[in-house]
Design a protein around this ligand. Sequence first.
Ligand SMILES: *Cc1c(COP(=O)(O)O)cnc(C)c1O
Length: 408
Amino acid sequence: MKLSQPDRRGYFGNYGGRYVPETVLPALDELDRAYRAMRKDRAFRRELGGLLRDTVGRPTPLTRVLRFPDGKGKTAIPRSAKTRRRGRTETRMYLKREDLCHTGAHKINNTIGQVLLARRMGKRRVIAETGAGQHGVATATACALFGLKCTVYMGSEDVRRQAMNVYRMQLLGAEVVPVESGTRTLKDAINEAMRDWVTRIRDTYYCIGSVVGPHPYPLMVRDFQSVIGLEVKQQILKEEGRLPDLLVACVGGGSNAMGLFHPFLDTDVPMVGVEAGGRGRQPGRHGATLCHGQPGVLHGALSYLLQDAKGQVLATHSVSAGLDYPGVGPEHAFLKDSGRIRYTSVPDEAALEAFHRLSEMEGILPALESSHALAYALRVCGKSPGSVLVVNLSGRGDKDLDIAGGRL
Ligand SMILES: *Cc1c(COP(=O)(O)O)cnc(C)c1O
């Protein structure tokens, strides 16, 4: 098998597939056909390219950061001849600025692509599930843009915790449906969205927010997000004249990481995916699925999963809502087992430190999710002088001020 393509049944090695009710299979086949046709359709690609440029704001910059890796207090370091000379032996760290996308994160790359596809398929209604609300907002934004009806399922506990995002979705014209079953969080919202889809499959498009779900979602979402890595490749070649020595991205479901990594899979560039280490290794205290999980089925696919001995999905914790998810995309599971990508975790505390450090030293407020990748980058950057490192800054931190501000 090629390292980067699933087989015909949607498996990356042992992972992926379609673990869904039988009634959903025809809809997945329809989606698969539509997506394959779309990939070859030049008019569609042109329309998507135009939207990414004019609405999302792509290409996003690749910004070299000087003070963040250095950590030399609060005084600005003048770029003297000395620092320029030193620059050659120090780690050269670049941030891919997905925080500058419309709506403030990479998620819009995917929802614009999928909602465009929904419209092409003649669907009149788009549904989605959301945890913290970020994917719901990105889906509602794309639906507003195309005038499609949008319904977002959200656990009632999350509705309570994320009032601002609920209001945002409503402003964008979406209907937010609180889900009262189970733990009233993301996995219950997923079940409810799937139930809705089964009953209204003819006119409804189900928009999934990460490289998870039954085939072809992991493949499709990864392709829509791959614009990140494709841009980085060009930008770093122009800037440094060579490929980077390390790519780093945070992993929740895994879409921003797959988007950065995928175009580099056929090179020998090392890559690290950083999961939520939370408050410790004990079950329920983290969201580090690839580090501590076992293979299991969630959200319609086989992948690593945080589960107890009886196969029940475990609670998770992370200071960042976007990494607070018990599953992970099947392609990551495969790439972990194959050894091509290394996965590690960073605790809440280190992510918060990186959040404050980037804010103070570069004037960029990163999302707490992205702060996990930044914290890992800090950990390694002293150790390999002269190397070139690219960190995916998956989103901006304005949404996290409540949490981060608690420490000021
Ligand atoms: C949702 C989100 C994530 C986690 O999702 P992935 O699919 O793993 O990328 C990471 N960063 C930000 C800013 C997010 O909004």
